[in-house]
Ligand binder design. Structure first.
Ligand code: ACO
Length: 437
């Protein structure tokens, strides 16, 4: 029979058929939703390396070719021809906007970019050295308290409002965190600036002085945000979808996604890249660290290299590499970190260890260096990732809603613990409990 896959249990010779479903692009899937009811067994897939958790029309990745597309549009083309807000519109409204639609969209987001003043008290609750991701996670969870009463977030109009509101407020929350942490006066969003320039303005400005923001800086940051806008079912997006499957408030889902993104194997990697380059210290030390990365007995990993899906050059890293070089030229940056990064990249792209394992630079390798050149504090790098990823998370949340028949995410396990009292012919009275049950 075609378009089915047969599973044979060699213990008893029984066979089972499962439907094969083809997508528009990429590998087909075997639908094993009924695997347990048919076979009485679960499947085991640590890290979900072979499991599709949903059907989605938002983002397509071909990891072998190093290809990334949002709703059909290639990321390199988008980066060359569009701005971050075009991609936000594409993700949320499923189409690229015309110029007038883009202008109207920008205006709409501007009006949503303020936060309720009572939320400012929240920043006082954190210790001085609080990590900004902890603060941002709490801020987004708090937003759910401001937008829950009398809301019907099953209504597409209402949840689109929620999505746009979140995208618009994220830069304000991030900049307010920074201003508060530094003890600087808060700078409110400037409605007449573009989305990305407004963020740099809120970060850098002072009431008494003119702030100089160069167009290459806006372009670089805008591209970083765009390249992070969505990346299909990565750990944080899967977290957002998992929490959404319980019908939690959308902002509580996003807050959970921020928690998942924080880790250094995911969105925290751009911060770790720069910290690692600083620890390496000089070009002369690079060989020593490459040796550590290759040593099986050393847990050291080269941050910004390798990716679960890309087994080729991460297309986002490619775009950012060009931009990084341009930024260095135009701002006349003579950076030791860039020299170290160039040396690492050259070695890794030729070294058998990295080549044979398909370990190419990922998006974080270059985004960290660009953010550093833009004077964004290192511990805020993952926050920049969140600003970029917010529209993708909300698009994924909305897609889950639109598809309906939401099924709570509830994987199973292979139990490997004690089996006291579970053996056949063992009565409870025969068991000597060790104090624990
Ligand atoms: N440095 C050195 N060796 C590495 C690296 C690295 N950065 N990444 C993977 N390897 C090696 C592993 O040791 C393993 O070697 P082995 O086959 O000899 O055991 C092999 O490459 C495969 O590695 P896995 O961990 O199995 O690959 P996986 O797909 O599970 O992990 C990950 C991907 C987590 C991104 C990994 O490459 C890594 O830790 N990279 C560094 C952190 C990083 O840059 N994260 C950002 C990811 S991009 C993003 O989230 C936006």
């Amino acid at each position: 029979m075609s378009n089915t896959a047969t599973f044979t249990d060699n213990r008893n010779g029984k066979t089972y058929e499962f439907p094969i479903i083809d997508g528009e692009l990429g590998p087909s899937v075997v639908d094993i939703s009924n695997f347990y009811t048919q076979t009485g067994m679960f499947t085991l897939d640590k890290g979900y390396t072979s499991t599709a958790m949903c059907k989605s029309a938002i983002t397509y990745i071909n990891g072998e070719k190093g290809e990334l597309r949002h709703r059909g549009y290639d990321i390199a083309w988008l980066a060359e021809n569009k701005v971050f807000l075009d991609v936000v519109h594409l993700l949320l409204h499923k189409k690229l906007p015309s110029q007038s639609e883009l202008d109207a969209f920008r205006k709409k987001l501007k009006t949503k970019s303020f936060i309720n003043e009572r939320m400012l008290g929240l920043f006082n609750a954190f210790p001085d050295k609080a990590h900004p991701m902890a603060v941002l996670q709490a801020c987004v969870a708090t937003l759910s308290a401001y937008y829950s009463r009398d809301m019907n977030y099953d209504d597409p109009h209402e949840y689109m409002e929620l999505a746009e509101r979140l995208v618009a407020k994220m830069p304000t929350l991030a900049a307010f965190y920074y201003r508060h942490a530094m003890g600087y006066p808060l700078i409110y969003p400037d409605l007449d600036r573009g989305f990305t320039e407004n963020f740099l303005y809120m970060m850098r400005s002072f009431p008494h002085s003119h702030v100089d923001i160069r167009s290459i800086e806006v372009k670089a940051l805008d591209t970083v945000l765009m390249l992070h806008a969505d990346h299909e079912q990565n750990a944080s997006t899967t977290t957002v979808r998992t929490v959404a499957s319980t019908h939690s408030h959308p902002y509580s889902c996003i807050s959970a996604g921020i928690g998942a993104l924080w880790g250094h194997a995911h969105g925290g990697a751009n911060e770790s890249v720069v910290r690692q380059l600083e620890a390496i210290g000089s070009v002369e030390n690079v060989d020593k660290y490459i040796k550590k990365a290759k040593d099986k007995d050393d847990p050291f990993r080269l941050m910004g290299f390798g990716h679960r899906v890309y087994k080729n050059y991460d297309p986002r890293a490619k775009v950012l590499k060009g931009l990084r070089d341009k930024l260095v030229d135009e701002l006349d940056i003579d950076s030791n970190l860039i020299k170290i990064a160039n040396r690492i990249e050259k070695i890794a792209l030729e070294d058998e260890y990295f080549v044979s394992r398909n370990l190419y630079p990922n998006v974080d390798f270059n985004s960290g260096l660009i953010l550093k050149a833009l004077n964004i504090p290192t511990d805020m790098f993952a926050v920049m990732f969140v600003i970029g990823r917010a529209p993708g998370w909300m698009a994924q949340w909305m897609e889950l809603k639109e598809q309906g028949n939401m099924k709570i995410v509830r994987p199973r396990q292979l139990y490997i613990g004690p089996k006291i009292g579970c053996e056949e012919n063992t009565s409870k009275n025969d068991i000597e409990y060790s104090g624990k049950q």
